[in-house]
Design a protein around this ligand. Sequence first.
Ligand SMILES: Nc1ncnc2c1ncn2[C@@H]1O[C@H](COP(=O)(O)OP(=O)(O)O)[C@@H](O)[C@H]1O
Ligand SMILES: [Mg+2]
Length: 320
Amino acid sequence: MNDCRTVSIVNWKGGVGKTTITHHLGTGLQVLDEGQRLEHLGQEEAPRVLFVDNDAQCNLTISCLGSERFEKMLGKGLKTMRELYGIFLEEDEPVVNVDDFILEGAVRKSASQSFERVDLLPAHPDLVYTDMDFAVYNRPNFKETMTGTPMYKFKVLERILKRVRDRYDFIFVDCPPSMHYLTQNAVYASDYYIIPILADWLSAYGVHSIVAKVDELNRWFELAGNGQYRSTELVGIVPNNVKEYNQEPIQSQAGIIEKLKERYGDGVFYNYLTNGDGVPRASSMACPVYTLSGSGGSATKQSVLMLRILCEFLDRTAER
Ligand SMILES: Nc1ncnc2c1ncn2[C@@H]1O[C@H](COP(=O)(O)OP(=O)(O)O)[C@@H](O)[C@H]1O
Ligand SMILES: [Mg+2]
């Protein structure tokens, strides 16, 4: 056991900010100044980060590499999570080097710079078939099951990450908008999960079923794990796309955040991310909003808020 924090970003709704939050937590760790790192992380040095793009939409991969570079790499046979899942689903100890799939220091900071200490396990559009592959694949004579499903189907990502975990301080897994095998594998492999939501009624309503599903998975994994499995803890719910009036969430959204706090208490992040043009502008340039901080519009504000969310995340996961 090392002290790498593995964190999944989960919501079965799409467009709530999973990829945005994932991208900004990992890169934000490089952007914090030494004082902030000392306060919230206990070290001045920038931590080593691995991004896992666990979604066939490849949005995290594209945010990190830029679409042109990604497409070029795909054309040249880029090794991705799609292939890794296939290999590790079929065999417990495959003779494959996971390092060969990791893009080191490839995550863009700007047009000319990348983050030295952020690596990426990229996705592939065909990852969309992986859930189905998991469903139909069966090893003969496999005994250990969880409600009828062989346990090995939930441990594939964990077995992949186990091979590289000791090199990282943080692993962030960006999940697809579903709760099927890919997300279940992410939950199994993680210490923590974060739920980004839009501060609207339907988004808030959906939180309960996500928490209930992860609770249920935790119970099953514990039962099957003979004391080896450690529950995946909710770090918190992060409200995104919040609109402000006088530096406060507009009334309707303030009401929704309040309701969430009544139900989940500390389970709701104190900090939120506002809606603004900084994030989409940065996203179209394949860099985090921090790079555009100071450039006008809402980039500066969104950078500050995102770093506050990051510090809150660090404080919330400091002890375990
Ligand atoms: N706070 C925000 N302000 C403005 N646009 C945002 C914000 N958060 C996310 N977006 C944009 O909304 C879209 C969906 O966000 P994304 O992170 O891809 O969601 P998900 O991964 O949950 O599907 C993206 O185009 C992203 O750039
Ligand atoms: Mg996404």
